[in-house]
Design a protein around this ligand. Structure first.
Ligand SMILES: Cc1ncc(COP(=O)(O)O)c(C=O)c1O
Length: 376
């Protein structure tokens, strides 16, 4: 399979011959990995349950985990899911890679569309599925909103949206998502929204909505053709816990569950126990959110930019993203990710992605250094 090099590998090659100015502390703003300790109540539960490693985990997951996820969806999105409408998963990356292969397996000439620039697993999944790809380009001309023509939509078997979006931080509102739900029904394609960043938002009165809510709003109350993914990695600062879910269309999930039995990526029982607690508790999520909010406010004040309403990424417009990245590393010892590594067909070019995942003090220091670089 002809997979592209991963963006971080491309970055290592780009910076390989550059010697960074060591008068500065190295700052790595490339990876979307929260730098905060996973809350101790989650860690303690994991420690307490290690003797359960003696058990094979069931593919369907513990029912207490499913219940905790159902309760999260209900509290956060006011959507009440049945047991059959949700499957706990080993984070969401594995789903993003294997779900397209499952969903497209029976198609003679599969067509898959996804937002561009993108989280690279979407592309890997399309390659593994031998699918034709239609890019849903997100750029300034469409205000980073997803749209395709009816001609294109007609051809799609699977569409992956990702709002709140990595890397552009764009969001889509209810009306816009309702439009997509209607198109998924009209043209009979599976519509999946990757909602990994749904909890990293800053305006309590304008929280990112779920595609499940949009589906109900569109009158599609049994979620036909509609699926969402969510993850604990970002919201609970626990990417190592590997806990996510896929939820929505019961008919699709029934067959997908059978497929997953063969994939064999069930989460170890102690991880599931700890994840159950993490999904049930919201105060720690509020706490992390307040840190990301503060970081974005610092970025606004120091860099003088408009800040997004969700995620922890700044999608910064620059002249030449590759040159900017190299020079910033050389002169200020700061690593950012060039946008052109994250998109295809020229999308992402002229932008860098900056992940603000450190505490306030570190973020302030690095933003001041970045500002100095931009001014110079
Ligand atoms: C858009 C998006 N989707 C999915 C993931 C995967 O997250 P996880 O497998 O930890 O749930 C990431 C991680 O960076 C991401 O940015």
């Amino acid at each position: 399979m002809n997979f592209e090099k991963y963006p971080f590998e491309k970055l290592s090659l780009l910076l390989a011959d550059i010697i960074a100015d060591e008068r500065y502390e190295p700052s790595v703003l490339t990876i979307g990995e929260p730098k905060f300790q996973t809350p101790t109540f989650i860690q303690d539960e994991l420690k307490k349950t290690t003797e359960l490693l003696q058990k094979y985990p069931a593919s369907a997951g513990l029912s207490e985990l499913r219940k905790a996820m159902i309760s999260f969806v209900s509290q956060r999105f006011d959507v009440n899911l049945k047991f059959e409408q949700i499957i706990p998963t080993f984070g969401t990356r594995e789903v993003l890679f294997n779900f397209p292969q499952f969903a497209l397996f029976d198609k003679k000439n599969p067509v898959m569309a996804y937002t561009n620039p993108f989280y690279q697993i979407y592309e890997g999944a399309a390659i593994a599925s031998k699918a034709e790809v239609i890019h849903i380009n997100l750029d300034e001309t469409n205000n980073f909103k997803a749209s395709l023509s009816d001609e294109e939509l007609k051809r799609c078997d699977l569409v992956i949206l990702n709002f709140p979006n990595n890397p552009t931080s764009a969001t889509m509102n209810e009306e816009e998502l309702v439009f997509w739900v209607k198109k998924a029904l009209e043209f009979d394609f599976v519509l999946l929204n990757d909602e990994c960043y749904s909890e990293i938002y800053f305006d309590e009165k304008n929280k990112p909505i779920s595609l499940l809510e949009a589906s109900i709003k569109a009158g599609n109350t049994n979620f036909k053709n509609i699926l969402v993914l969510n993850s604990i990695s970002k919201r609970s600062s626990a990417p190592g816990l590997r806990s996510g879910f896929i939820a929505g269309d019961e008919k699709i999930l029934k067959d997908y569950m059978k497929y997953r039995t063969y994939v064999g990526c069930a989460s170890p029982v102690p991880l599931q126990k700890a994840a159950s607690l993490a999904w049930s508790e919201q105060n720690h999520v509020d706490y992390f959110r307040s840190i990301y909010k503060k970081n974005f406010e610092l970025a606004r004040d120091i860099l003088g930019i408009d800040i997004p309403n969700a995620t922890f990424y700044i999608w910064l417009k620059v002249d030449d993203d590759l040159e900017f990245t190299k020079k910033l590393y050389k002169e200020k010892n700061i690593k950012v990710l060039p946008g052109s590594f994250l998109g295809r067909d020229g999308l992402g070019k002229g932008y860098v992605r900056i992940a603000l995942v450190e505490d306030e003090e570190k973020t302030k220091e690095v933003l001041l250094r970045l500002k100095e670089f931009i001014d110079e």
